[in-house]
Write a protein that binds this ligand. Structure first.
Ligand code: SF4
Length: 362
């Protein structure tokens, strides 16, 4: 019988829960008004389509938002130029940027003011990197690979700092940071790692479990950086991995000769899609299911101040969070109990700690 392992943590992170909550609450506070969202609120096709069906309009240019409307900035953050354009159009801007992205923006501003050149490790075309770079475009150069290093224009190698995109592969980032330190021995580290807790934990879970599996299924969209990284990390462990938006993309051929399959999900992938996938695999292959707990997450973010201000201005008492972190293990326990399917959890937190120590994240 197939062995099905579920990685924990997987799926929504604190920033994604918060950003989704913002749009969900706006739809209630502003009935009859169109809510515009600059860029996909989070990089997941299902999340975006579900909001589209509720009337939300996603734009890739704030210029396309009618003057005086409400616009939400996505979890990935925006540059000052985007904020300025929104102001000039008299838009009510609601900022759903993840606080951990805002932290990187703040670091970029601080180092640029001190006259540092900033090497931002990340993917050129990713929304988060575009937003962070916009904070200090003259001071920031993007480093997307080791090959970029010889092309950098450095004025003073003693006044250099590196920052990173929050959703990078820990392994790739380590390699680039080592190469930067070899090229510029006096380059400064950021005050703390910019790769966020959710990226670190989801990648650590895959690194801990994938080596004992024959197939890894990552639920997530192709434009989700952290979902793509999970797939790459599984493959770097020597295990075949597939990134799927949902169970409809499964190919039965993938399961031929497979004894153990790992299911995980990127930070923007809804848990109900994971449940559907598990249910399908269990019914099709009669799998035995276990969840491996590599880390227990407690992080929660409050609603942004800009949303609370809007609520007050409309005479609505600033609400608390409505969409909050789900206990993935507890929900699954209930589901498996209802369906009389045996389900067990395995504590792998010590293994997770050891792997995180290797990257200085423990
Ligand atoms: S992946 Fe990390 S940085 Fe991105 S929204 Fe989630 S917690 Fe924030």
């Amino acid at each position: 019988m197939l062995r099905l392992i579920l990685a924990n943590p997987r799926g929504f992170c604190a920033g994604v829960y918060m950003a989704i909550d913002v749009v969900d609450q706006l739809l209630d506070i502003c009935p009859g008004e169109t809510i515009y969202v600059y860029h996909e609120i989070v990089h997941n096709r299902h999340v975006v389509d579900r909001f589209r069906r509720r009337g939300v309009i996603f734009v890739e240019d704030v210029a396309a938002v009618p003057d005086g409307s409400i616009v939400v900035f996505s979890a990935h953050g925006v540059s000052p130029a985007v904020r300025e354009l929104a102001r000039s159009k008299n838009l009510t801007s609601i900022d759903a940027t993840c606080p951990l992205v805002t932290k990187v923006h703040a670091e970029a501003i601080r180092y640029a003011r001190k006259g540092f050149q900033i090497l931002l490790i990340g993917h050129h075309d990713h929304q988060e990197v575009i937003g962070t770079r916009g904070e200090a475009p003259d001071a920031i150069q993007v480093v997307d690979s080791i090959e970029t290093i010889p092309t950098l224009r450095i004025h003073d190698p003693d006044k250099l700092v590196y920052l990173t995109q929050t959703t990078l592969s820990l392994d790739d980032a380590d390699r680039i940071i080592k190469a930067l330190k070899a090229a510029f021995p006096n380059i400064k580290d950021p005050p703390a790692s910019d790769i966020c807790y959710a990226t670190t934990n989801r990648q650590t879970a895959v690194r801990a479990i994938a080596p004992e599996c024959d197939l890894v299924l990552v639920v997530g969209s192709r434009n989700s950086s952290n979902s793509v990284r999970l797939t790459e990390i599984a493959e770097n462990c020597g295990t075949r991995a597939r990134l799927i938006d949902d169970k409809s993309e499964l190919d039965p051929e993938w399961f031929e000769g497979v004894g153990t399959v790992l299911v995980t999900a990127g930070a923007s992938a809804p848990e109900d899609l994971v449940h559907d996938l598990i249910e399908h695999i269990v019914h099709t292959y009669g799998a035995e299911v276990e969840q491996h707990d590599v880390e227990r997450e407690e992080v929660e973010f409050g609603l942004p101040g800009t949303l609370k201000e809007l609520m007050r201005s409309r005479g609505v008492e600033p609400a608390t969070r409505r969409i909050v972190r789900e206990d993935t293990g507890e929900l699954l326990h209930q589901w498996f109990e209802q369906h009389s399917i045996p389900f067990r959890t395995v504590d792998m937190t010590l293994r997770g700690k050891a792997l995180k120590q290797q990257h200085g994240h423990a």
